[in-house]
Design a protein around this ligand. Sequence first.
Ligand SMILES: *Cc1c(COP(=O)(O)O)cnc(C)c1O
Length: 549
Amino acid sequence: MNPKVAYFSMEIGIDKDLHTYSGGLGVLAGDTLKSAADLEMPVIGVSLIHRKGYLKQEIKDGYQQDSEDPWDVKKYCTKLEHSVTVPLFDSEVTVEGHLYELKGANGNKLPIIFLDTSSNSNPYFASLTDRLYGGDQEYRLCQEVILGIGGAKLLEAMGHNLDIYHMNEGHASLLTVQLLNSMKGNLSKKIKLLKDKCVFTTHTPVAAGHDIFPKDMALNVLSQWSDELKQYVLDEDKLNTTTLALKSSHFSNAVARKHGFVSHEMFPNHKIHYITNGIHVNTWMHREIKQVVKKYVPLWDTHPEGLKEVMACSRKEIFDAHQNAKSELVEYINKKQNLNFNKDTFTIGFARRATGYKRSHLLFKDIEQLKKLSEEKGGLQIVYAGKSHPKDTEGKEHMKRVLETGYNLPGDIKFVYLSEYDMDLAKVMIPGVDLWLNTPLRPKEASGTSGMKAAANAVPSLSILDGWWIEGHMEGVTGWAIGTENESHEDQDYYDSINLYKKLSIILPLYYKDKDKWIDIMKNSLAINGSYFNTNRMVKEYVSRAYFR
Ligand SMILES: *Cc1c(COP(=O)(O)O)cnc(C)c1O
């Protein structure tokens, strides 16, 4: 099948052995392509090879130690015959590609191309596809030239004639340079043609997530392109990758309803729709849960909307399946750290990139409260995981606090921080806990997807009302909210933590004393949220609303 849509992303998470992702953004890109493959959509993925990965994490003496994380490219990919050269500074860089074939549910294959500059003799050029989010600002800009311009040029060289270029985040926005350059006519006509082809998804309201480069740096890196093109990519005196992508696309979207409103406030001159994220059910559902689901929903993997039919399963079936998944996590923890975790104790899970706004320390704001809750309501176990970007000092600081506090909790609360959070650990950890906790600072969580993975495993969420949870939350039905959607307070951490403990004092007695009601909430999570918050539904929305409109 000839691809009609090219999906560009700086990171794509397919499998833990391909170290081409750092967190939610990359996993979402991988899940999107997996669903596109299941739906037999004519899509081709484009990213960088990231030979040295994102980072390998070791936790030593309460600190994260990080190092390179190389992977075995040859084992998973085949090198393409085609290569292209891309102007960079006053020189040229050679860009090669490696093909990875993603298998869809019907055995069909969706191609993903990982771009590679390692064959260049110039050592700086050769290093440009080494490290995901590594290096300085100029390194990042050069990576974006390779991704956008190199990617678009390589697709052309391979003879692909594409209708749509989907930019997953602003990182890919320089593909507009290559597309404009290969078009004929005056600029306004070319921009119209460009907009017909481009779609853009923005993924974060956090400023650091929007790449903005100084004019001088941009002009230096892009020095060989025409004045017209340089003029086009600049926004006043900067290269702003987000506004470049916005002005080049006929359809731009945020990744949840709330994020749509927030993005519109950030970029009032642009129409920004929203398409709420999802997860790839077959990737994230534990095999024990699949066994139950299969009995009630024969086509659960290719038609996850049918997951609502899980409502018909018995409480015992779903709870037994969950306990089996939980045993796997408990064994994993006890083998790693010998902490005597118990599968009959209520267990809270928290794992994601360790960065400031995610507020991993919120659960530990008032240790006395937490101790009282555990002692009076039946016992508590807490499982944490997550990597911090090497240069994210705030994120590292939070992680250090969580480690210090967690391993010194009073009373009988058990705590573990598991190292090396990746797709494999997420697959063990998320289905194995009883409650999935998320405590971002509003409105910074664009969507969040780990709570959707929890729902697909019948694990309810306790979360701040932000991102997807505003749409997925029904109080006491699919989980619980911390605080309200709009109220703000001077000391938001304090206010949110009071609410967090209040909700835990409702949740723990349900778990220990009203199992039937508890299991009903588990079933609701899977049936109601699992049937909607999946990438199968999401990809169909992209097709009908963004690609072919
Ligand atoms: C799903 C996932 C994430 C995203 O988690 P959020 O809570 O949505 O931020 C990050 N890392 C890994 C390895 C994941 O699987």
